[in-house]
Each structure stands twice: as C-alpha cells, then as structure tokens.
Design a protein around this ligand. Structure first.
Ligand SMILES: Cc1cc2nc3c(=O)[nH]c(=O)nc-3n(C[C@H](O)[C@H](O)[C@H](O)COP(=O)(O)OP(=O)(O)OC[C@H]3O[C@@H](n4cnc5c(N)ncnc54)[C@H](O)[C@@H]3O)c2cc1C
Length: 400
C-alpha cells in the first residue's frame, strides 16, 4: 500500500527538504524560526559518530550557527583557528590573524569534526520535533504552479508547498529540475585529512598552510602532540572505484602522499605516518554553478547549488548562509518572490568567493615551471586579497 507523509499544517507554508547533511537540517531549523514547518527525507540511514573529517568553519559560518545556539553547544568540541599562516616553501607568505574575530564579528573561526557538528544539529532537530525519514530516495517530483508532490522510489509520497534540494554535489533534485545541467567531473585532485599524534611536528596553535613543491599541506595542533592535518595533491586516478577497477588501496595512497611531499619539510612525512585512525581520502569534483537556483516550487542550497575549490574553506559555511537567508526570504515573501530574492542575494556573494578560491586553486593545479611561478606570484596575491576581503567575508550581514 502506498504510504503518504503529512506535514503539520498550522504554518502558512509546508517545506519538503531533501538531504540530511549539514545544510538541509539547518534549513529546517531556520524555517521553524520563520514559522514554516518542514519534513526531511534522506537517502542513507546514518547516525553520525565521532569520527570523520575535520571542518574549518570560518567566522561567517560560525555566526550563522549562533542564530540557533549551536555555536555555543559545539564550542567544547571545537578548536579556535587563531592565525592562518601561509608558507611559501621555507618563507612565510602572509599571516591572517583571526584570533580576535569573536570580538570583531561575533564568532571565531573554528575547527571541528564534521560528525560532531552534524550530531549537534540533529539533536537540535530532535528537540524541536522536526522529523527525518531515512532511506528515502526520490523517484520524481511533480512541480506545478499550484502544488508540489514528491514520489520516492519505494512508492511513498509527500505533498508540500515547496521543496529544498540540499542533497549535495551529486544532487538528484538538481538533475530533475535542470536535466541539461552538466554532471560533476573528477578534477584530478584528491584531498586527504586526519588526526595524528606526532611528537616531531612543530607545536603550533596556529593554522599553517604549506605551499609545497607538488601539493598543499596544512596542519594545526589541537592538543598536546595531537595534530589535525589536510593535504591536497594531484592524481589522474580518482579514489573512487571506477569502471576499469583502477582502485588504489589506502596504504598505496599513504605512500603516494608521502612521496609527493618527500622533498618538503620532514615533519610532513612524520605527521602522515603517525595518523591515528584511517586517513580520509576524498576526490575533488568540478561543478559549475547553475544560472538559476530554483525552478517553480523547488530551490537548491548548499553543495547542490555551488561547488567551490577546496582552498576556500567556505563550502559548508556558504550552505549555512543559504539555509539562514532562504528562511528569511520565505518568511517575508510568497514562494516565487522569496526564491527570486534569495537567488539574487546569494549568487553575487557566492560567485565572488568562488572567484577568489579559483585563483588559488589554479595556481595549485598548474605543474612544472608554470605552477612554480603561479604559486610564487599568484598565490601571494590571492593571500593578500583574502586579507583585504576578510572583513567583507566575515562580517557578512543580511540586508533586509
Ligand atoms: C575532505 C573534506 C574536507 C572538507 N573541509 C571543509 C572545510 O574545512 N570547510 C568547509 O566549509 N567545507 C569543507 N568541506 C566541504 C563540506 O563538507 C561540504 O561543503 C558540506 O558538507 C556540504 O553540506 P550539504 O548539506 O550541502 O551537502 P552534504 O553534506 O553532501 O549532504 C547531502 C545529503 O543529501 C543526501 N542525499 C544525496 N542524494 C540524495 C537523494 N537523492 N535523496 C535524499 N537524500 C540524498 C546525502 O546522503 C547527504 O546526507 C570538506 C569536504 C571534504 C570532502
């Protein structure tokens, strides 16, 4: 028998949210503040544990978490970023001091395990009585001028007034509303991350970014002898299993990683070797930003709407801003006006941040002499621009 989900209707609009990553559940919390009820559907069946990738949440993202009091809840599990120091081979390039961001902008930039943050957000959903239905994958969407219906692969269905697609880089919602939009493409770049206990690493509370000969390595001490690190390197082969079974094991990746940084600071190798749990290995995908972020009653947010190069450190935070702003726009407007206002406000800022991040990424992607010159000359320019633009990025206020 077909199962129908119902959204409580004491609010004026009912939202269906697809995807229970970070931006979907945040969206539900902000919509609730705007007096709009929502129901969330998630393809997987997961409970976040305490493992997983560490995320940097810069001040603008942390400020958003402040609006639902998550910022204070996660403080005990997060580490302040303090200063960002960019190293060019052996010389310091630029220092970006973020240690007084809390006083200046209302929240500091932090590092936190993604699963910890996810857990805090899901707890808040639970407290506020917002439901997530797991193992629900969309089959199709009936998106008309007057109504919206989602039919899932198990034949269950739900009706609402609008839908938010927060289903990540490979968004199925995006594929349905914009069927001609190109799919994400593996960008010949792999990101790694981990927590390590390494007595030989420089003991520093600052976040250090080392522009190395063949890759970028960053690290920060999060406790005595505990180091959080990330690395970004080139690789023609994606870490994901492909049709030709060109699959590289975790041990082979570790060796490839150590080989890549062999001619750089010796402690990099030590940090990678002393990684406590599994190393996180993630391919980077290239995805252009859609011209439109919505169609009829369906709107995209988070990674479904924009993919940004790994050097921006803004990917998740832009999704937080989307969730917050979309709720504000829908509180004060009818659905189509609200979506249009949201798109107008978000596209400009997102494009600007993507442009900065792409400059740094381009200098990383080039190889040989060209790459060397770009990293020597373009990267410092980028770092300087970040310094100049930081106040705008971090102090982002919503103009209503
Ligand atoms: C190694 C690594 C390091 C990173 N570091 C940083 C960092 O330091 N700072 C930063 O800001 N960002 C970082 N990011 C990026 C950040 O994790 C993402 O930008 C963020 O998680 C995106 O959130 P989202 O909710 O938009 O999408 P996601 O987190 O991808 O969530 C999408 C959800 O939708 C679900 N879903 C997918 N398809 C469907 C469907 N058809 N139906 C229902 N549900 C579906 C998925 O299962 C998932 O739960 C990093 C990413 C990686 C891989």
């Amino acid at each position: 028998m077909m199962k129908r989900f119902f959204i409580r209707t004491f609010s004026s609009k009912r939202a269906i949210i697809i995807g229970a990553g970070l931006s979907g559940p945040l969206s539900a919390l902000f919509l609730k503040q705007a007096n709009i009820e929502s129901i969330i559907f998630e393809k997987e069946n997961f409970q976040p544990d305490n493992s997983g990738i560490p995320l940097i949440i810069p001040t603008n993202g942390a400020k958003i978490l402040n609006h639902i009091d998550i910022y204070h809840q996660i403080k005990a599990f997060s580490f302040p970023l303090n200063k960002k120091i960019y190293w060019n081979y052996k010389n310091k390039l630029k220092i970006i001091d973020e240690s007084d961001n809390e006083a200046k902008y209302g929240a500091e930039s932090i590092i936190i395990k993604k699963s910890r943050l996810h857990k805090a957000i899901l707890n808040e959903l639970n407290l506020q009585g917002i439901k997530i239905h797991y193992e629900k994958e969309i089959s199709h969407i009936e998106n008309t001028e007057k109504s919206l219906k989602v039919i899932f692969k198990d034949n269950s269905e739900v009706e609402g007034d609008f839908l938010i697609g927060s289903d990540g880089t490979f968004s199925q919602v995006r594929n349905i509303i914009f069927p001609n939009f190109p799919s994400p493409v593996y960008d010949k770049t792999v990101r790694f991350c981990g927590f390590s206990t390494c007595p030989t690493s420089p003991n520093t509370a600052d976040y250090n970014v080392l522009i190395c000969r063949e890759g970028v390595f960053s690290f920060k001490n999060t406790a005595k002898d505990q180091v959080y690190w990330t690395a970004t390197i080139h690789s023609h082969i994606s870490p994901e299993k492909n049709l030709n079974n060109n699959y590289i094991s975790a041990d082979e990746w570790k060796h490839k990683l150590i080989g890549t940084f062999a001619k750089d600071a010796i402690f990099i190798k030590d940090i990678i070797f002393s990684t406590v749990d599994n190393i996180g290995i993630y391919p980077v995908y290239n995805l252009s930003m859609p011209e439109k972020w919505y169609d009829g009653r369906v709107c995209l947010i988070g990674d479904a709407a924009h993919s940004i190069s790994p050097f921006s450190l803004q990917e998740a935070s832009l999704g937080f801003e989307d969730a917050f702003l979309l709720a504000k726009c829908l509180k004060m407007n009818e659905i189509s006006e609200g979506f249009q206002k949201f798109e107008d406000m978000r596209k400009l800022r997102t494009k600007k941040i993507i442009t900065f991040a792409d400059l740094a990424y381009a200098s990383f992607k080039s190889r040989g002499l060209k790459g060397f010159l770009q990293r020597e000359f373009i990267f410092p320019y980028y770092a300087k621009r970040i310094l100049l633009e930081n106040p705008q990025i971090y102090s982002y206020n919503f103009d209503f």
